[in-house]
Design a protein. Structure first.
Length: 136
């Protein structure tokens, strides 16, 4: 009986910690998005890009590929991981107001170096997937 009580107590602690972590994740979404936008804006400024990310897109359904932000030019910018050759690169897709991908932008020094070695077929597959998800 004592062992059952200890197991139940341990399970309650673990359940409480998981619930607290989930609530913390749920209620800190807005600050996390602002921090992400600020970091990406810094990277884009270092790369000489002329647009700036504003706010995350909340009113439409979220794209399953990544997080979408609005830009000052009326388009949007999707931040997503590009997986190629067993590695993951942080990338962004500049999307115009019609839902077409203007270009893919590697985010960071490592991503820029590895982006040159990504086969064009993989890049085209990501572009097609983004445009399809955006225009549904």
């Amino acid at each position: 009986m004592k062992d059952l009580k200890n197991i139940a107590l341990c399970a309650a602690w673990i359940g409480g910690l998981l619930l607290a972590g989930w609530l913390l994740w749920l209620f800190t979404e807005s600050p996390r998005d602002r921090i992400t936008a600020r970091r990406i804006n810094g990277i884009l400024a270092e790369q000489g890009e002329i647009f700036v990310l504003d706010t995350p897109v909340k009113n439409r359904r979220r794209l399953p590929l990544g997080t979408e932000f609005t830009t000052g030019a009326g388009g949007s910018f999707l931040v997503f991981p590009l997986v190629s050759g067993g590695g993951s690169l942080n990338c962004g897709a500049l999307i115009d107001s019609r839902g077409r991908v203007e270009r893919l932008i590697p985010l960071g020094i490592h991503a820029r170096q590895a982006f040159e070695r990504v086969p064009p077929g993989i890049l085209n597959a990501y572009i097609h997937r983004i445009e399809t998800e955006k225009n549904l």
